[in-house]
Design a protein around this ligand. Structure first.
Ligand code: ATP
Length: 234
């Protein structure tokens, strides 16, 4: 088997003295969509933040596209091809949709053009002159994803993209992820919405108390349902 695009081994992370991650191991292969499942507060967001380098107090190994990411400063992570869409979305709310999509420099080769972005997210084109403050939650989520796609990211880290959104918008985001998958995008997703996750993910890791307690492929889901029911209440 080829080397995973992202390979994480024995990842530990701390908030000050508080030890939040206790040795996470996970792999994401090129073209895969992998979901981290787990109850609130178990360390899923922390895992994404440690991978991307927002949390600097970390140890272990993070290899991405053949590089040792523990040595890469946060401001260079995106240049290496890791795109992070945080739960709070991180768009410029006073700027218009189009300004959000054009102002940040396109920092790596292969970023989507504005035309490609508008093809994938037609509603963003309709709203291109609207400021971020006037967008719905779903439009903000799409804009946040679109900004990252502009950067040419090879790996998308998405933290709870469906949180607080209406079912019809969640479905739309699912369609966007399917399109990105068909184009070969690699995605690591944190998701509480199990129904959504089970439709888009190829593999799952279950996180509890800052550790991976199980991992399995989508075709193993039926065998895992009682465990998931107990662990997550799904
Ligand atoms: P949620 O879906 O609620 O965000 P999660 O699984 O993503 O859950 P994390 O946000 O990663 O969980 O939190 C893991 C642990 O780290 C929790 O105990 C949380 O209280 C703690 N924690 C998170 N952020 C901070 C912070 N900025 N400072 C200190 N502790 C934090």
């Amino acid at each position: 088997m080829t080397e995973p695009l992202l390979s994480v081994r024995d990842l530990n992370a701390w908030y000050g003295e508080s030890h939040a991650l206790h040795g996470i191991d996970l792999d994401v292969h090129q073209g895969e969509t992998v979901t981290l499942l787990g109850r609130n507060g178990v360390g899923k967001t922390t895992a994404l933040r440690a991978i991307v380098g927002i949390i600097r107090k970390r140890s272990g190994t993070i290899r991405f596209d053949g590089k040792d990411m523990l040595r890469v400063p946060l401001h260079r992570t995106a240049r290496h091809g890791i795109g992070y869409v945080p739960e709070e979305r991180g768009i410029f709310s006073t700027l218009t949709v189009e300004e959000n999509l054009t102002l940040p420099p396109v920092i790596a080769k292969g970023g989507m053009t504005l035309a490609e972005i508008y093809q994938l997210f037609p509603n963003l084109e309709e709203r291109r002159r609207s400021p971020g403050t006037k967008l719905s939650g779903g439009e903000q989520q799409m804009l946040a994803m679109a900004r990252i796609l502009r950067t040419g990211a090879k790996l998308l880290l998405l933290d709870e993209p469906t949180e607080g959104l209406a079912p019809v918008i969640i479905q739309r985001i699912g369609e966007v992820l399917q399109t990105l998958k068909q184009r070969g995008m690699t995605i690591l997703l944190v998701e509480q919405n199990f129904r959504f996750a089970s439709k888009v993910a190829d593999r799952f890791y279950v996180v509890d108390h800052g550790q991976v307690i199980d991992h399995f492929a989508v075709d193993e889901l039926p065998d895992r349902m009682s465990m998931l029911n107990e662990a997550l209440g799904v």
